[in-house]
Design a protein around this ligand. Sequence first.
Ligand SMILES: Nc1ncnc2c1ncn2[C@@H]1O[C@H](COP(=O)(O)OP(=O)(O)O)[C@@H](O)[C@H]1O
Ligand SMILES: O=P(O)(O)O[C@H]1O[C@H](CO)[C@@H](O[C@H]2O[C@H](CO)[C@@H](O)[C@H](O)[C@H]2O)[C@H](O)[C@H]1O
Length: 459
Amino acid sequence: MSEAAARSTAPAGGGARPALADSLASPLRDWLPRQRWFAGKGLPVTGIDLDAVTPLLPGAALLHVLLRAHQPPAEEGPGERYQLLIGADERVPPALAPAVIGHVDRGPLAGLTVYDALQDPRRAAVLLERLRTPGPLGDLRFHRGPHGRVPPGLPARPLRAEQSNSSVVYGDRLIAKVFRRVRPGTNPDLELPLALARAGCTRVPAPVAWFETYESGGAGEPTTLGILQPYVRGATDGWELALSRLASGTDFTAEARELGRATAEVHAALAGSLPTVTLTRPRTEELAASMIRRLDATARQVPALLPHVPALRGAFADLAVGAPVRRAQRIHGDLHLGQFLRTRSGGWQLIDFEGEPSRPLAERRMPHPPHRDVAGMLRSFDYAARSHRPYDPSWARACRAAYCEGYAAATGCDPRADPPLLRAYETDKAVYESLYEARHRPTWLEVPLAALSELASPG
Ligand SMILES: Nc1ncnc2c1ncn2[C@@H]1O[C@H](COP(=O)(O)OP(=O)(O)O)[C@@H](O)[C@H]1O
Ligand SMILES: O=P(O)(O)O[C@H]1O[C@H](CO)[C@@H](O[C@H]2O[C@H](CO)[C@@H](O)[C@H](O)[C@H]2O)[C@H](O)[C@H]1O
């Protein structure tokens, strides 16, 4: 454990900080790699630095922690940064057993059990109270936006979903998302919904409050740590709905068409409120080269991909020499069926503008061809079809066509008009998915691999 970086506003004064870091290191080293949101799966955590510790309650009962996890091979590097809310108590109720990080045997928390406080409704309620009252707290800054209210005393319900981050629902009225892997700068999950709300787009829940920290490396910008937004009550997400339609053998093309329309509306609002650019050569060549680099890097980690690599490179080579991309713009960046919520009145709301969490924030915040989002949805229809037995490729084909038709009807631009661009993005997404599945859900790996095998030999 490097103690040099341990910095804290508490809990027991300057002299206690390295001791706190030291005492938490051992339980955290075992616990972190077991979390779904931990990015460095498969490698041991060899060291932990505490970057900042801010008590959210008097004493050490609830600590906001920004830490760095060191892993081989870059053990001497800065490490990946994660955000935790740590609760500390003499006894933890049985309901919180899954949240336990471990027992602390020395330092300022000696004798206490520490646990993931975002899974504890009592402690998660404190976060809402902080978000209600804007202002600084230690290294943290809490903000309120111009949209919506934050009523006091809403009961907290931590979400148990398998997520990239952690979310808490408050009284079925608001939902807070706390980012787990923290990158310096403004998170697009705050930036884009705020821009869309300003543009009057109602397809996306508008952020009500958020919190952030200032630090070096964020180009003078604060680093977004969490967001509070309206909770869409009684919603069904597009993935659940698609699976239930597959199970009952009923049509999903009308919904797919609506999803295309909703995507197009959000794209139009983003293009109207944030910068757009035209991509000509050599930018398209650079884009293709970056996709090829990602393919090669992924194939080193997912060897099942290797037989397809030469043919898949072809998909990217076609993009390099293809037509210019007339409009690259800010996009969702990780679009799939699960990112759409169908409201009780039947409309679709779009959530989670974070982009692919494994990509650098600067890359996620650049303009991209809207085809990238479209390709994400096309992949998602394929995922749904392949997760159902018997596999019916015509289900996915029909949904994919309907989605593109809905998109074209709303914008006048049919994403299928540029096949090399769409194929390159679909391939790139399936490559990303193969790494995602290999890391997080190995039993799903065959889904993107099957698609890549088809993309490698388009018929
Ligand atoms: N505004 C919202 N209203 C209702 N449910 C939501 C809302 N935002 C997120 N959710 C639920 O929380 C889950 C996780 O949210 P998401 O933003 O996708 O987090 P992550 O980035 O961790 O995947 C979603 O799949 C959805 O079920
Ligand atoms: O956690 P996020 O929603 O930000 O996204 C990550 O997890 C998704 C899975 O939960 C993953 O999506 C992949 O699986 C979906 C089915 O579960 C499928 O609909 C998507 O098309 C497929 O990409 C997503 O890639 C990942 O970033």
